[in-house]
Design a protein around this ligand. Structure first.
Ligand code: FMN
Length: 176
């Protein structure tokens, strides 16, 4: 069974939630997917593929995701790697493809990442931090789209195991 690492840089937990959902889908598709925060990853080369997600703060990935890529750049360059970012606090990610930010694109180039997806984000009404609190007064909510995440994760599973029989697409109710 192929081993896939899903790791994430998340300040307030929203991106971690996406990473967990991605891993769950990969498992349903027959892959051995493990979710770990970057600091807990011991040996990247123990995996056959890596997915790295980063929360966007001022157009940059949250630092733990950036640092993970810098720390493991040599190993990552030799294996299939995909990135995801999260995320806009509106419907824009679900409505169309949002390109990676300049900084994320530069990280992708360093490891020759095969692809990238931007998912909607989440900001809780009681978010801590001066700027986050001010933002939350204008736009608190959860724009993480389970269907969007599911479709992307399935497409990666298909790339990793071409020709494998796919599991049935879940209904909207099953996704929530
Ligand atoms: C101070 C601040 C700056 C943000 N900057 C961006 C940004 O540049 N681009 C974006 O798409 N989302 C931005 N967001 C939204 C976050 O990316 C979103 O809340 C995300 O889900 C946070 O992930 P986390 O819960 O894993 O930390 C920002 C949020 C805050 C609080």
């Amino acid at each position: 069974m192929m081993r896939v690492l899903v790791t994430y840089g998340s300040k307030r937990g929203g991106t971690e939630g996406i990473a967990r959902q991605v891993a769950e889908v990969l498992r349903t598709e027959g892959l051995d997917a493990e979710v770990l925060p970057p600091g807990d990853v011991v040996d990247v080369s123990a995996y056959d593929a890596v997915i790295v997600g980063g929360a966007l703060y001022a157009n940059r990935w949250y630092r733990t995701a950036r640092h993970f890529v810098h720390r493991h750049v040599h190993e990552l360059r030799e294996m299939p790697v995909w990135f995801f970012s999260s995320g806009p606090l509106d419907d824009s990610a679900a409505e169309g493809l949002i390109e990676p930010t300049a900084q994320v694109r530069a990280l992708m180039e360093q490891v020759h990442a095969l692809g990238h997806m931007t998912f909607g984000g989440r900001l809780e009404a009681n978010a801590k931090g001066f700027i986050a609190r001010a933002m939350a007064r204008q736009r608190a909510g959860d724009w993480r789209d389970a269907g969007h995440i599911h479709r992307w994760a399935r497409s990666l599973a298909e790339e990793l195991q071409p020709g494998r029989e796919e599991s049935p697409v879940p209904t909207e109710t099953e996704l929530h």
